[in-house]
Design a protein around this ligand. Structure first.
Ligand code: NAD
Length: 486
C-alpha cells in the first residue's frame, strides 16, 4: 500500500485485468476532490477493446474457479478481507478524499466491506440445492445451484468501496468471475482494492477492474455478449439504459436504483428517537444514500414538537473539508451538478409554497460543493421535493392526520426502496409493515440495512436485490438433473 499513499495526479493508474495492471492505451478522466476542487488523479477511460480484454480474462478463469471447492474460494475471499483490514486507514483517507465523506464514516465503510466479504465467505458450506420426489420409479431429480459465469458490477460513487464487495463477494463465492467498473467520480479506492487483490493468491482473471465513464466503459460492459449478469447500482435513468443495452443479449440484470424513502412519525412516537434517527439518516454521507429518509410525514398532534427537534439538530450540523476538520457531521456533495440540482429543487419547493425553516442555500465556504442542512415545511404531496430523489442534506416535511394517510402518501411514489415508521403501538407498527409497499421497513430506528437482510427496491427502485441468502442466490442459476437408475 506504500505506493498508493504516495500517488499523485500524475500517477499512472492502470486497469487490473487477468491478474496484472495493464498500461493505459487511451484517454484519461480527471478525478476531483469535492471538498477542494483539486484534480487529484487521472485515470483510464476504457474503451470497448479494454472491456473485452477484461471479459475474456474473466471468461478464461471461470471454469477452474467454479471447480475449486467453495471452501477454497472462501479462503481466497478472506485473504482479501485481511488485506483490507491491514490497510484500513489508508483506504478510509482515499475514500474521504475522492468522495467527500467524513473519515469516521469512511472507516465504517472500509471495515463493513471487510466484514461483508467474510460474511459471504461463510456461505461456502451453506450453498444448497434440492432433491425432489420423482413421478417415476428409480429416478432422482436434483436441483443444482450453478454459477452464472462471468458477471459485471457497475458501481456508483456514494459507497464505492463497499459496493465492490457487495458485487464481487457473492459472485466469487458462488463460482462466478467478475469485471468491476468503478464510478468515474471515485475510481481511486477501486484501484486500491485491486492492488490488495494483486497481493493475494487469487487466480488471475477471477477479479478484474476497468475504470471509465458510463457512456464508454459502462455501456460496453453491459452490452457485452459474454456477460451473464449485470449487477448495477446507481440512478433510475442509468438502470433503464443498462436494461436496454443488456436486452440485446438477454443478459440477466440486477438493479439497485434510487429511493425516496418516507419516514412516518405518529402522535405516540418517541420524538427524541424519531428526530435523531431521521436526522442521522438524512445527514449521513451528506444525504447521498439511496435508503436514507427523503421525506417526512408527521402527525399534526406532534408536528411542531418534531419540527423543533429536527431543526435544532440540523442547525447544529458541522460541515466542511473532512480531511482538514476532523470534527464534522458531513462533507461536501459529490460534484457541481449535484449541488446545482439540490439548490434548484429547494428553489422550486419555495416557489411552490413550501417554507424553509433552516438552511435553503448553497453554503458560503471558500471551497467545496457544500449545501446548508435544510428543513422544509408546509410541503404537499404534489410538490417535486416530495416526489423526486434529492440526494442532499434537505428534509421536506408534510403534516398528516392519520397513519393511514401517511401510508397512502408513502406508497404513492415511483420509488419503493426503504421506509420507516415511528410509533409505540405494536398494532400500528405491524399494520404499517403489512401496508407499506417497500423493499425495507424500519420501525423506530434509522434507515440502514444489515448484511444478512435483503436490500431490494420495488417499483422504479430496482429489480432483484442484494445481501443475505437471497442476495447470494441472485448470482446463481438452477440446473435440474434427472437421474434414472435401476
Ligand atoms: P449513475 O447512474 O449516474 O452512475 C452509476 C454508474 O453507472 C457509474 O459507474 C456510471 O459510470 C455508470 N453508467 C452511467 N451511464 C451508463 C450507461 N449508459 N451504461 C452503463 N453504465 C453507465 O449513479 P450515481 O450518480 O453514481 O449514484 C447515485 C444513484 O445511485 C442515486 O440515484 C442512488 O439512489 C443510487 N444508489 C442506489 C443504491 C441501492 O442500493 N439501491 C445504492 C447506492 C446508490
Amino acid at each position: 500500500m506504500q505506493q498508493l499513499n504516495e500517488r499523485s495526479a500524475t500517477a499512472n493508474y492502470q486497469n487490473f485485468i487477468d491478474g496484472r495492471f495493464v498500461p493505459n492505451r487511451g484517454a484519461t478522466l480527471d478525478v476531483t476532490n469535492p471538498a477542494t476542487f483539486e484534480v487529484i488523479a487521472r485515470v483510464p477511460e476504457s474503451g470497448p477493446d479494454v472491456v473485452d480484454e477484461a471479459v475474456q480474462a474473466a471468461r478464461k478463469a471461470q471454469p477452474a474457479w467454479e471447480k475449486l471447492p467453495a471452501i477454497e474460494r472462501a479462503r481466497h475471499l478472506r485473504s482479501i478481507s485481511e488485506k483490507i483490514r491491514a490497510s484500513s486507514e489508508i483506504l478510509a483517507h482515499l475514500i474521504s478524499q475522492e468522495q467527500g465523506k467524513i473519515l469516521p464514516l469512511a472507516r465504517v465503510e472500509v471495515n463493513f466491506t471487510a466484514d461483508y466479504i467474510d460474511y459471504m465467505a461463510e456461505w461456502a458450506r451453506r450453498i444448497e440445492g434440492e432433491i425432489l420426489t420423482s413421478d417415476r420409479v428409480g429416478e432422482s431429480i436434483f436441483l443444482l445451484r450453478k454459477p452464472i459465469g462471468v458477471t459485471a458490477g457497475i458501481l456508483p460513487w456514494n459507497f464505492p468501496f463497499f459496493l465492490i464487495a457487495r458485487k464481487m463477494a457473492p459472485a466469487l463465492i458462488t463460482g462466478n468471475t467478475i469485471v468491476i467498473k468503478s464510478s468515474e467520480e471515485t475510481p481511486l479506492n477501486a484501484f486500491a482494492f485491486a492492488t490488495l487483490v494483486a497481493e493475494t493468491q487469487l487466480p488471475a482473471g477471477v477479479f478484474n477492474l476497468v475504470s471509465g465513464s458510463g457512456a464508454a466503459t459502462g455501456a460496453a460492459l453491459s452490452g457485452h455478449r459474454d456477460i451473464g449478469l449485470v449487477s448495477f447500482t446507481g440512478s433510475v435513468e442509468t438502470g433503464r439504459k443498462i436494461m436496454q443495452t443488456a436486452a440485446a443479449n438477454l443478459t440477466r440484470i440486477n438493479l439497485e436504483l434510487g429511493g425516496k424513502a418516507p419516514a412516518i412519525v405518529l402522535a405516540d412516537a418517541n420524538l427524541d428517537l424519531a428526530a435523531k434517527a431521521i436526522y442521522d439518516s438524512r445527514v449521513i454521507n451528506t444525504g447521498q444514500v439511496c435508503n436514507c429518509a427523503e421525506r417526512v410525514y408527521v402527525h399534526r398532534a406532534v408536528a411542531d414538537a418534531f419540527i423543533d427537534r429536527i431543526t435544532t439538530l440540523m442547525r447544529a450540523t458541522r460541515y466542511g473539508d473532512p480531511l482538514v476538520d476532523r470534527d464534522l457531521h458531513m462533507g461536501p456533495l459529490i460534484n457541481r451538478p449535484s449541488l446545482d440540482k439540490v439548490a434548484a429543487m429547494v428553489g422550486r419547493a419555495r416557489d411552490a409554497g413550501a417554507e424553509i425553516v433552516t438552511g435553503g442555500k448553497t453554503a458560503t465556504l471558500a471551497r467545496g460543493y457544500h449545501y446548508e442542512p435544510t428543513v422544509i415545511v408546509n410541503c404537499r404531496a404534489d410538490m417535486e421535493i416530495m416526489r423526486k430523489e434529492i440526494f442532499g442534506p434537505v428534509l421536506p416535511i408534510q403534516v398528516v392526520d392519520s397513519a393511514e394517510e401517511a401510508i397512502a402518501l408513502s406508497n404513492d411514489s415511483d420509488y419503493g426502496l426503504t421506509s420507516s415508521i415511528f410509533t409505540n403501538d405494536l398494532n400500528t407498527a405491524m399494520r404499517a409493515s403489512r401496508d407499506l409497499r417497500f423493499g425495507e421497513t424500519y420501525i423506530n430506528r434509522e434507515h440502514f440495512e444489515a448484511m444478512q437482510g435483503f436490500h431490494a427496491g420495488r417499483r422504479k427502485s430496482g429489480i432483484g436485490g442484494a445481501d443475505g441468502k437471497h442476495g447470494l442466490y441472485e448470482y446463481t442459476e438452477t440446473q435440474a438433473v434427472y437421474l434414472q437408475h435401476g
